[in-house]
Design a protein around this ligand. Structure first.
Ligand SMILES: NC(=O)c1ccc[n+]([C@@H]2O[C@H](COP(=O)([O-])OP(=O)(O)OC[C@H]3O[C@@H](n4cnc5c(N)ncnc54)[C@H](OP(=O)(O)O)[C@@H]3O)[C@@H](O)[C@H]2O)c1
Length: 310
């Protein structure tokens, strides 16, 4: 006879098996098996793509690769001269692409300024893709109370307000067309409770939660809403050199774009997806390991700053 304990044991075993198979599936299917979707079809034929934080790193690369696929661009960043030079660079390579730029500093969360500076342009165009990429990190890991308060506020605002407000502003037109793509760039650091980069880690978890709820709320709308959680990419933000797990930005974006419409939440690349499987480990173990790693980063950063000060 099967007792209650046996039933629980079978349930536990099934759950472990499910986690294991899902872990393997998520590493292999999106990157090695699935065929990339037609982005123009997912976008419902709308020709414009918006990319925030698009003058450097991951955002700039999304802009380039979406232009390559034939999307017109609205680039939003805080430095006009950089916007102009990215616009010139992309226009030179992709002659048939139209590009608009909006200079906006996203540390400004005043909705009246959003309404004045950003929303009129968005409402005028048929937007097929919104890439909520802009994000702010620390200059170096530091204890929460020692971080400059303005920096803490800026990280909290830049990492949460634009993704929330721009998504809300874009949804009405996407709903009307029953199509569209929204990509919210979070981070692998959202999966752990990470000390010394506290506001960043917490604000990125907000993106995961927001995007996941939106997927449920708009599940029958025809809109594709993806959360992207990369680990370290070699950009100005990470200040790290490329290696096997520290990815080249072009390759990272190329691979991530192929997962649109295939998987709701992922790391974007097979390397980072393998790396992120550690996030399935028991929480205390994971938090201990990552705290140790960030402490090491902090030591290196502290030593470098001391050298500069001396
Ligand atoms: N790099 C990584 O290792 C990594 C890993 C995981 C997730 N991510 C996420 O990926 C996204 C892009 O990161 P990245 O490494 O590409 O960053 P990045 O190289 O530092 O580029 C940041 C971009 O955002 C713009 N920007 C910064 N602050 C802004 C503000 N207040 N208002 C308007 N624009 C602003 C910058 O424009 P200006 O040049 O004009 O300042 C630049 O175009 C972020 O959300 C980040 O959290 C990055």
């Amino acid at each position: 006879m099967i007792g209650v304990l046996d039933i629980f044991a079978y349930l536990a075993l099934s759950y472990i098996l499910y986690r294991f198979i899902r872990g393997i599936y998520i590493i292999i299917y999106p990157y090695l098996i699935a065929r990339p979707k037609n982005l123009h079809k997912l976008a419902g034929g709308a020709k414009w793509a918006i990319v925030t934080g698009s003058t450097d790193g991951i955002g700039k690369e999304y802009a380039i690769q979406l232009a390559q696929k034939g999307f017109n661009l609205i680039l939003i960043s805080r430095t006009q001269s950089k916007l102009d030079s990215v616009k010139a660079e992309i226009s030179k390579e992709f002659k048939n692409i139209e590009i608009e730029t909006i200079v906006y500093n996203f540390t400004n969360a005043n909705l009246n300024d959003y309404k004045k500076e950003i929303l009129p342009m968005i409402e005028k165009k048929e937007i097929g893709i919104l890439v909520n990429n802009v994000g702010l990190y620390y200059d170096y890991p530091e204890m929460f109370h020692k971080v400059d308060l303005q920096r803490t506020a800026d990280i909290a605002i830049v990492n949460t307000v634009p993704v929330t407000c721009l998504t809300a502003a874009i949804l009405p037109q996407m709903l009307k067309r029953h199509s569209g793509i929204i990509i919210n760039i979070s981070s692998g650091l959202s999966y752990a409770k990470l000390p010394y980069v506290t506001t960043y880690s917490a604000s990125k978890l907000y993106i995961n939660h927001l995007t996941s709820i939106l997927r449920s709320e708009y599940s029958n709308s025809g809109i594709t809403i993806q959360t992207l959680c990369p680990n370290i990419v070699s950009t100005n933000m990470s200040k790290m050199e490329e290696s096997f797990f520290i990815l080249n930005v072009k390759k990272m974006v190329q691979s991530s774009i192929k997962t649109i419409g295939i998987i709701d939440e992922c790391s974007g690349t097979i390397q980072h997806q393998i790396q992120s499987s550690v996030f399935g480990l028991p929480e205390f173990f994971l938090n201990f390991g990552l705290k140790f790693q960030v402490k090491e980063f902090k030591k290196v950063a502290d030593a470098e700053r001391k050298k500069v000060d001396a």
